[in-house]
Ligand binder design. Structure first.
Ligand code: AMP
Length: 217
């Protein structure tokens, strides 16, 4: 079972992919999280990826594809995973399809979270993340009990530098130019599940589970 999450920045891919992976009892693989961790550690990959991420551009395919292929070759991803933020264009979709086909597997469903542009911009502008455990907050929709502190682990909250308005604008453009064609790729294969991404978090999770629960799942 391999489920993909597609959607513009701020659509809720991270939050929902985490919940769905938990519900289905499978691994959650978030390319953005892996890349941010590499940047933090100062690894070769992090050093190469940083300038693209800072500008809101996609990190080059060869780097991201190699990173994901390595990740899914490990034992915990042999038969299932939820991908969040990958693939983000057609060449990544093709690379994933061909690697899974080598193992006799395929993508089971591609979830497209649809959210209005106004909601995306407001979600990103008010988003705070925990530096320790990655939990997500929003200053209006989902504030932490104590300002600047994570409810889960007490870690410090921070705002992502690429959530600044000018970078958000570029990330939205990149979605339209490069990721939308990948939606079509999955639509043509009958795998695209379009899910309204606005409303209470638990309701959106239920919609997704309903949308992806079919013969293959
Ligand atoms: P995210 O956390 O998914 O919003 O990703 C943050 C940033 O990481 C993106 O704006 C890209 O610069 C980079 N990134 C994440 N996933 C990918 C991907 N599949 N391909 C290329 N770049 C990516």
């Amino acid at each position: 079972m391999f489920v993909i999450f597609l959607g513009p920045p701020g659509a809720g891919k991270g939050t929902q992919a985490h919940k769905v992976a938990e519900e289905l009892g499978i691994l959650h693989v978030a390319t953005g999280d892996i890349l941010r961790e590499d940047v933090k550690q100062g690894s070769d990959l992090g050093l190469q990826a940083k300038s693209f991420m800072d500008r809101g551009e996609l990190v080059p395919d060869d780097l991201v594809i190699a990173m994901i292929m390595e990740r899914i070759s490990r034992q915990d991803a042999v038969s299932s995973a939820v991908f969040d933020g990958f693939p983000r264009n057609i060449s990544q979709a093709e690379a994933l399809e061909s690697r899974l086909a080598d193992r006799g597997a395929s993508v089971s469903a591609a979830v497209y979270l649809k959210v209005s542009e106004a909601a995306l911009v407001s979600r990103l502008a008010g988003r705070w993340l925990c530096r320790e455990c990655g939990a997500n907050y929003h200053e209006v929709n989902h504030p932490p009990a104590q300002v600047g502190r994570c409810d889960m682990c007490g870690g410090t909250l921070y705002q992502r530098s690429d959530d600044a308005p000018e970078t958000v604008h570029r990330r939205l453009q990149v979605f339209l130019e490069q990721t939308e064609p990948a939606l079509e790729y999955y639509r043509q294969r009958g795998l695209l599940a379009e899910v309204p991404g606005e409303g209470p978090i638990a309701e959106v999770t239920e919609r997704i589970i309903r949308a992806v629960s079919g013969p293959g799942l």
